[in-house]
Design a protein around this ligand. Structure first.
Ligand SMILES: NC(=O)C1=CN([C@@H]2O[C@H](COP(=O)(O)OP(=O)(O)OC[C@H]3O[C@@H](n4cnc5c(N)ncnc54)[C@H](OP(=O)(O)O)[C@@H]3O)[C@@H](O)[C@H]2O)C=CC1
Ligand SMILES: O=C(O)C1=N[C@H](C(=O)O)C[C@H](O)C1
Length: 269
């Protein structure tokens, strides 16, 4: 069997470790590289040592060394790191699965441009459940287009650095798209003081950060006399890791192009 040769960026991170374990446990994949930032404590050590099954792949900060044997890079880091990795991967034909969130428009444009040189799956949430939830939201938004106020509430662990979450923003885009609105025009990210009455076309966001919450997202459609809530709650990061492996398998026969998990899961309508 042709194994997927996968490198993992952010090897010491919450997702990096989960991904290394998932690659190690997959029959059709082999850990072929591991990256972390210059100065990180684990540099030079075995990337899989924490699993109890070291495999001889060392954590590198030098991209040429860390990616020498890789055909895929799974990247859950920070936007500045991902954009550095992107440049290298595009130049060397290494396919990317990007889970990092918090990109500005120029970062997103850079990813789209790199996808003309290599194949990329870019999604703020790799779990099957969240991506099916996106479809439910599209349907619900069309049905609740009049008379229902839409609010997106997300909760994550205390270490998360970006807000709202990439998933919440994507949910907002999906709902706005279904309603023929532009999220930039209708999003309300914070309320304080005398805000005035709610604009019925707005989509509100509320962010909670605390403890070890893996990732909860709820979309509230609040009407007169009834409320509908569509929620997804993650109890483990393993779903993101398994989704990333599905994304790598999806890219196996692609050489270029930008895809997301709706493509990977066959959910695009
Ligand atoms: N798409 C999805 O399904 C999911 C997306 N995410 C997203 O993935 C990202 C990472 O999340 P998480 O694993 O919790 O975060 P962590 O902070 O635990 O891990 C981030 C990793 O990236 C490394 N890193 C940070 N900056 C750089 C840099 N400049 N160069 C190289 N490496 C760098 C960190 O190194 P160090 O520790 O040394 O700082 C660390 O190893 C976030 O954007 C998060 O929103 C998370 C879960 C699911
Ligand atoms: O930082 C996290 O943890 C997560 N980030 C992603 C996001 O910003 O949507 C996905 C998931 O919710 C976990």
């Amino acid at each position: 069997m042709n194994q997927l040769k996968i490198a993992v960026a952010g090897a010491s991170g919450r997702m990096g470790r989960m991904l290394i374990e998932a690659v190690q446990n997959a029959d059709d994949a082999i850990l072929s590289g591991a990256l972390d930032m210059a100065g990180a404590a684990g540099l030079g050590s075995d990337a899989a040592a924490f699993t109890g099954k070291p495999g001889g792949v060392l954590v590198e900060s030098d991209l040429a060394k860390g990616l020498a044997d890789a055909h895929y890079l799974i990247d859950f880091t920070r936007p500045d790191a991902t954009l550095k990795h992107l440049e290298y991967c595009a130049a060397h034909g290494i396919k990317m699965i990007i889970g990092t969130t918090g990109f500005d428009q120029s970062g997103k444009d850079a990813i789209a441009a790199a996808a003309r040189k290599t194949a990329i799956v870019f999604a703020p949430n790799m779990s099957v459940g969240v991506n099916v939830t996106m479809k439910l939201l599209e349907m619900a938004a069309k049905s609740f287009s009049e008379g229902y106020d839409i609010e997106i509430i997300e909760a994550h662990h205390r270490h998360k650095v970006d807000a709202p979450s990439g998933t919440a923003l994507k949910m907002g885009e999906v709902i706005a798209g279904a309603l023929g609105r532009n999220l930039d025009d209708v999003a309300v990210y914070a309320r304080e003081g005398v805000t005035g009455e709610r604009d019925p076309s707005s989509i509100g966001f509320a962010t909670i950060r605390g403890g070890d919450i893996v990732g909860d997202h709820t979309v509230l459609f609040a009407g007169i006399g009834e409320r509908i809530e569509i929620s997804h709650k993650s109890a483990s990061r393993v779903t993101y890791a398994h989704g990333s492996l599905r994304a790598a398998r999806f890219l196996a026969d692609k050489t270029t192009g930008l895809y997301d998990m709706q493509d990977v899961l066959g959910l695009r309508s």
